[in-house]
Design a protein. Structure first.
Length: 191
């Protein structure tokens, strides 16, 4: 399996209000979810980073601190673009996004180098599963000025390619405790 050279950034700076506790720190088997994701993605990418407001993790990983006091991923993109011209974005709470999904998105990005973003879409877009390029930064700055932090709204205004996938459990997003319980069961079933 060939590793991808594009940097991967795991977004782990949210409030997790629907979960009721910081989902990045929930134990996903033997390790916190963020550590599980970081170690898993290191087998896919040359470099993996974590975007967070603080270093709340008890393992070593390169951090890109989100300097905003807004609890939305959108402002963190501006901090990330200080480091990279493009990156693969993945939310901490999508632990089943596999190599084949990432490879298809990266292949689409290579074929569409003029696009601002290349985003996975099933029945709906997944704004934190995909590739972002620095060319989208002005639209992000404008949206932040308007206090509109919704990535989907920015992606509609930007030159975005949505890559269609069949909806399946690989796109399970862990927002609520029942989602997390389902993910733990799926992880056991996959072993």
């Amino acid at each position: 399996m060939k590793k991808f050279s594009i940097p991967c950034v795991i977004f782990a700076g949210g409030k997790s209000s629907r979960m009721g506790k910081d989902k990045a720190l929930l134990l996903f088997g033997e390790k916190p979810l963020i550590q599980y994701q970081y170690e898993r993605l290191l087998s896919f990418f040359d470099k993996v980073y974590i975007s967070s407001k603080t270093n709340k993790f008890n393992f070593d990983a390169p951090l890109i601190l989100d300097s905003s006091d807004i609890f939305a991923p959108t402002p963190a993109f501006l901090d990330i673009f200080k480091e990279f011209d493009e990156f693969f974005a993945l939310s901490v709470d999508t632990p089943f996004i596999d190599y084949s999904i990432i490879e298809r998105l990266i292949t689409s990005a290579l074929q569409n180098h003029h696009k601002d973003a290349i985003i996975a879409k099933t029945d709906f877009p997944h704004p934190l599963i995909g590739i972002y390029r620095k060319s989208i930064a002005p639209k992000i700055k404008e949206a932040i000025k308007r206090q509109n932090y919704k990535l989907n709204a920015i992606l509609k205004e930007a030159d975005t390619l949505f890559v269609e996938f069949e909806e399946d459990e690989r796109f399970l997003n862990l927002n609520y405790p029942q989602d997390f319980a389902k993910a733990l069961q799926r992880k056991k079933d996959l072993l």
